[in-house]
Design a protein around this ligand. Sequence first.
Ligand code: LP5
Ligand code: MN
Length: 259
Amino acid sequence: MNRLALRGTVWVASDIHLGEAVPETARVFYGFLDRARRQADALILCGDLFDAWIGDDHALREPPAWLAAALRELGATARAIPLWLARGNRDFLMGRALADALGARLLDAPAVLDTDAGPVLLAHGDEFCTDDLAYQRFRRIVRTPWIQHVFLALPLGVRRAIAARARARSRQARRNKSMAIMDVNPAAVAQALRAAGCDTLIHGHTHRPAVHALDLDGRAARRYVLPDWEFDHDAPPRGGWIEIDAAGIRLVTDQSPAD
Ligand code: LP5
Ligand code: MN
């Protein structure tokens, strides 16, 4: 299991789903990044930072305006504080080239963070949705290195079309799935905590922000779920992050993270 010592104040956010269609979400998120640069000692973006990621080359060669702005803000953050990028089910193709261009670091999650609040298991969370067999099958396929290699060798336009089709198929598939199977499986969570030797898990993906008290083999444990960010379409607007420091772990679901 990947381990990372992160002392001081660590902020974690996920599921911002940056893309062309969410300018207001991006604006609020950049306000959050500015605040993190001033108030945190490190920032971890724990998956689904982008709504869909089809390879670093499209970002670094000629990014569209929305992406160029995102890269500017992320780069400014990485120059101010350590910025860690973990991958989600939408942006698992983020790679070293992007991280290096930003001055950020890739975090291979799940990972155990050794923090001032103790050891914390950090994951995007999709890996714990084990009742969603169709998704887990899809995940195994798209996480296969040679399949990723073939995909990344395709022309950008073809990759865009495949991603758009995968997004459409996913929206369609979700309509026929119960909310229960699109949440984490408690046994999968417990197994991950045991394997990591942690009593605390932080994850995103489910878009169901909460702090859950768990009983892990008679020990008190906690599962923190990060909110997704949406300030453009749905009401009420939503966003937030988790703060980790010597005083403990806090879920902040502030709707407007600007000071
Ligand atoms: O993402 P979201 O929130 O809609 O739902 C997720 C699960 N879906 C996914 C799929 C992504 O949205 C697809 C976007 C990926 C963009 C990157 C490029 C992709 C190509 C890479 C190739 C190496 O993650 C959804 C879960 C839900 O979370 C809740 O946990 O249920 O899972 C699914 O919907 C999976 C479907 O059940 C089955 C597979 C549908 C996709 C089929 C791909 C078709 C590709 C066409 C090729 C010509
Ligand atoms: Mn996700």
